[in-house]
Design a protein. Structure first.
Length: 523
């Protein structure tokens, strides 16, 4: 396999990677991602001796991590073989052009190959033992390590990091990897972080969110691809199949091997499956996440300067959050929702308190408070201070109601209700209880978890909310999925567990009330 002449979008991408420290190649399948990453690897290694490049490809993940379970074992083996061949040819040819010596080594045994077969190269690549060295003298060299991406080992990486097939790890694994890898690049201005992938099918995947363009963005066919800033500000280089065709790419008929035009390829029914994600790079929303990504992003943009999600680490943080709440509240009806937790530790769930204000048909989550405290008295005092801040606003009066999730913290919730009932109506909500009578639109009685989830997610997805713009809030909201008619959430390593969704649901409930005026339990 030879590298061949670079297409214009490849040249543009390599030039961009030399100028910026972090970016993503958002390219269609089979458009030379691996070859271009090989070019960047050589570029980094050839700068000077002692350079290290970490090439971490999701194609090497095995078992339950097998490319997010979207590829069969045979398909994954084919991807690995193609990647290995592309990397080998790229580095071998580049080294020859630069009059440098290229050798391969076994990263585990230290064995250096004077000449290496394609099979040995692929075997080392597949087993994450490949170390590719570019020698400047007999003893000085730079290297590229080809490994499987793993958050536990990523903290020990150092050097430029290339993340091939970054859209095909598990969502949670990818979040952990991004947290682990960023500090590496922060430590040295010469290090770079380059992602490369086509589009994952899960709209909760970080690469899906990372590459989501602005609403209404258009990308007409362009041989050098398109640049834009993604959701987290990262520079994205987008090369769809239409762009690749404009640069000379060619695909062929499955039956006779005849060349196909772009239009012929897209019209073939055999290519419909995965066409938008793998080739057209079209973000199709509405996956398993309960809260639609575009609706959430839009609501957060509208919330800049009007709403806040505040992580409370000390009393000063709490006072600042109260001051913001006091400044932003107007005269609308207010509901307060509390999802309590009285445990501590890095991985424990936090307490989440949402103060929502209704203005016409819109709800503004003025402040979402997040904290972890062990002492119940501290939490209850904070609840009181929040309710007092609402009551003290110049117009509008006290909050309409305060709702507490009382499924697992029943004793705490009852004691809290006793302490606060002198200033605000308090309702305890056990989400396991069924809603009576049957709400409109349901054939049978849902429990409160399902009903509140439907109530809240529908309001957000229907553009009825103005939400805090913080990243923590977004990540926590995207964790909740609806499957089989029920809402579920997988706990995260940092303690996120959809708690802001729970308190948001309860604040919505506090504002809108129960079906037919029924309340679960009013204190």
């Amino acid at each position: 396999m030879t590298r061949g002449a670079r297409r214009i979008y490849q040249k543009v991408a390599i030039a961009a990677a030399r100028r910026v420290r972090a970016m993503a190649f958002f390219w269609a399948r089979q458009c030379r991602k691996s070859t271009t990453l090989g070019d960047i690897s050589f570029d980094q290694m050839s700068a000077e001796p002692g350079r290290t490049v970490i090439a971490a490809s999701a194609s090497l993940l095995m078992g339950t991590e097998l490319v997010s379970k979207t590829l069969s074992a045979t398909e994954q083996a084919q991807v690995v073989t193609r990647e290995a061949a592309a990397v080998q040819s790229t580095l071998t040819e580049s080294a020859a052009e630069g009059s440098l010596q290229f050798k391969c080594a076994d990263a585990e045994s230290g064995k250096v190959y004077q000449g290496i077969s394609d099979k040995d190269f692929t075997d080392l690549y597949r087993s994450s033992r490949l170390e590719m060295r570019l020698y400047f003298t007999r003893t000085s060299y730079s290297r590229t390590l080809v490994i499987s991406p793993n958050p536990a080992t990523a903290r020990g990486w150092t050097g430029t990091v290339l993340r091939d097939e970054a859209g095909f790890t598990r969502s949670e694994l990818e979040r952990e990897l991004q947290i682990a890898v960023k500090p590496i690049v922060d430590t040295d201005p010469t290090f770079k972080l380059i992602y490369a992938s086509n589009l994952p099918s899960d709209d909760r995947h970080p690469f899906f969110e990372m590459t989501l363009p602005e609403p209404g963005a258009e990308f007409p066919p362009k041989a050098d691809g398109h640049f834009y800033r993604g959701q987290n500000g990262l520079l994205i280089h987008r090369v769809s199949l239409a762009d690749a065709y404009a640069a000379g790419h060619q695909l062929y008929d499955m039956q006779e091997g005849k060349p196909l035009t772009y239009e012929q390829f897209c019209a073939d029914p055999a290519n419909k499956l995965g066409l938008n994600g793998s080739y057209r790079l079209i973000h199709e929303l509405g996956g398993s996440a309960a809260i639609d990504l575009l609706s959430l992003t839009t609501a957060q943009r509208r919330g800049i300067g009007q709403c806040a999600c505040v992580i409370i680490d000390n009393d000063l943080d709490f006072e600042h959050a109260l001051r913001f709440l006091s400044e932003k509240l107007t005269d609308g009806a207010v509901g307060i929702g509390i999802d309590p937790a009285t445990t501590t530790g890095d991985t424990s769930n936090p307490t989440s308190v949402t103060v929502a204000e209704r203005r016409g048909v819109e709800r503004f989550q003025r402040v979402v408070f997040i904290w972890k405290v062990y002492q119940p008295r501290v939490a209850r005092e904070r609840f009181r201070r929040i309710a007092q801040t609402v009551s003290a606003r110049p117009a509008g009066g006290p909050a309409r109601r305060l709702c507490i999730e009382a499924t697992s913290e029943q004793y705490f919730a009852r004691d809290t209700a006793d302490e606060l009932r002198d200033m605000i109506p308090v309702e305890l909500v056990d989400v396991r209880n069924v809603v009576k009578p049957v709400p409109a639109g349901y054939q049978r009685q849902p429990n409160y978890k399902t009903w509140l989830g439907d109530l809240y997610s529908t309001a957000v997805n229907d553009n009825r909310y103005v939400l805090p713009p913080e990243t923590y809030f977004k990540e926590d909201h995207r964790l909740v999925i609806k499957t089989g008619g029920t809402y579920q959430c997988e706990p995260q390593a940092d303690g996120k567990h959809g708690d802001t969704v729970s308190s948001g649901q309860l604040a919505e409930y506090a504002l809108e009330g129960s079906p037919a005026g029924y309340y679960a339990e009013v204190i």
